[in-house]
Design a protein around this ligand. Structure first.
Ligand code: GCO
Ligand code: MG
Length: 449
């Protein structure tokens, strides 16, 4: 009896000690958190410039004075990537070195105002790199994915659309079928224009007669092809699949109004960039005349561009390229602003966003209530060789990896294997350092491409 009570007392004591230890550890953790983690100080700001998939990607790396605490941020403006690098290294690095790395919005405002002139693509991308890196650092410090810092999940994963295209209708429909078979419920469909340089469906090998030697594009021809495309899509793919299309600002404002009206019967999920940022006033005409859902915003750099469209409910989806607006900090505010007017998010997600930028998109997609859809671009082997921890695509849904921060580690040796210019399929881009060449109408008039 005595022995049994003794054993009971001993095991009870052991358990009590274990519980006490666990409580002490938890208590210490809470106190450390409450006491506030020592502010990490920015020790270095550098740029990783790499092109594993042929597109020039810029990622900012911020290193702090706390061993092993650093962060990455996307600063990708692929057409002028070489200009973003000095904007970071010559201007933001000296400005930020020695500053605390845990005051994200304050740092954003300081960078934004430090150039006096602001809201441009190069400077906004540079600031975005810093901004996203600071969110990564805070997530690593808090041992949480960034979407948790943004308030946590409103949904389990981001529903995505992927790109179908073809030189002709059967090819485009075939490509759409493949994407649907991969589990996507939303498909963007583009078709080539014979003899012309269409958008999103490759360039035709032949060339229509024109008053110049360069690539040609005629909006009216394209509009007729696109309308026929959606007639063929609905006939062959049915009514259930959500179809999207990108006019890529290649039609005149009046053509855009007519195009949106003529597309109405095909019940698109959205029609994107039917107007240029310079012509956004015409959205009032589109709104008054048809119900085709409208998406706009990848070319926006400034609040002056998106605020009126959102507050007047002239668009349904805001399509901002997060780095072009300056990063996660301004874009979570755009999302909150959009929620008030029931404008949903559809962040720009093409191949010229780095995997870090795609992580930022997904974090906003998960945490913001007014999520609409996410554009998806696959992460090929080379990208995954450089970026470990890319978001995961399953059945048309993009999942955040649940690791702290963005949960991505960059293999900088592998990144160096793919310098700017390597793997560029388009020789002209190589000559233009990633910039775009010209596309003109038959008569030689240059067009926005
Ligand atoms: C899209 C875009 C892209 C852009 C490209 C510019 O909707 O995905 O329009 O295709 O043209 O990102 O560099
Ligand atoms: Mg687009």
């Amino acid at each position: 009896m005595l022995r049994r009570n003794l054993l009971k007392a001993i095991s009870g004591a052991t358990v009590a000690t274990a519980v006490a230890k666990r409580e002490a550890a938890a208590q210490e953790k809470v106190e450390r958190a409450a006491r506030g983690m020592r502010s990490p100080i920015i020790k270095d700001v550098s740029v990783i410039a790499t092109a594993p998939a042929g597109l020039r990607l810029c990622v900012v790396k911020i290193t702090t004075d706390q061993p092993g605490l650093y962060g990455y941020g996307c600063a990708t403006f692929t057409q002028r990537a070489d200009l973003v690098v000095p904007a970071v290294e010559k201007y933001l690095k000296p400005f930020l070195t020695g500053k605390p790395a845990d005051r994200i919005d304050d740092t954003w405002q300081a960078c934004y105002n430090s150039s006096y002139w602001r809201n441009g693509p190069v400077l906004n991308n540079a600031i975005s790199g810093v901004d996203q890196a600071l969110w990564d650092i805070k997530g690593r410090q808090a041992a949480m994915p960034v979407y948790e810092l943004l308030g946590g999940k409103c949904r389990e994963a981001a529903d995505c659309y992927s790109h179908a295209q073809g030189e002709d209708y059967p090819q485009a429909i075939d490509s759409a079928r493949k994407i649907m078979a991969a589990g996507f419920r939303h498909v963007r469909v583009q078709v080539g224009v014979p003899g012309m340089a269409g958008y999103g469906a490759g360039r035709s090998d032949t060339k229509v007669a024109a008053l110049h030697e360069g690539p040609v594009f005629e909006p009216a021809v394209y509009v007729r092809r696109a309308l026929k495309l959606f007639e063929e899509c609905r006939k062959n793919l049915g009514e259930e699949v959500e179809l999207l299309h990108d006019a890529h600002e290649r039609v005149t404002p009046t053509q855009a109004v007519q195009f949106a009206k003529d597309l109405e019967k095909f019940h698109l999920f959205f029609l994107e960039d039917m107007l240029s940022p310079e012509d956004i006033a015409y959205f009032r005409h589109v709104r008054q005349q048809c119900a085709t859902p409208i998406a706009m915003g990848e070319l926006f750099n400034s609040p002056h561009e998106w605020s009126p469209l959102i507050s007047e409910r002239l668009i349904d989806y805001i399509r901002i390229h997060v780095t072009q607006a300056g990063g996660v900090t301004p874009c979570r505010k755009v999302a909150a602003f959009g929620e008030i007017y029931n404008v949903r998010t559809a962040w720009h997600g093409p191949g010229d966003v780095s995997p870090i930028g795609h992580c930022a998109n997904v974090a906003l997609d998960l945490a913001c209530y007014n999520f609409g859809i996410q554009e998806y671009s696959p992460f090929n082997e080379r990208l995954q060789e450089v970026f470990h921890g890319c978001p995961v695509m399953k059945n048309g849904y993009l999942y955040a990896n649940e690791a702290p921060g963005w949960g991505v580690e960059i293999d900088e040796k592998a990144a160096a294997k793919y310098p700017f210019g390597s793997g560029e399929r388009n020789g002209e881009r190589g000559k233009l350092n990633g910039g775009w060449g010209e596309v003109r109408k038959r008569d030689g008039t240059i067009i926005k491409q």
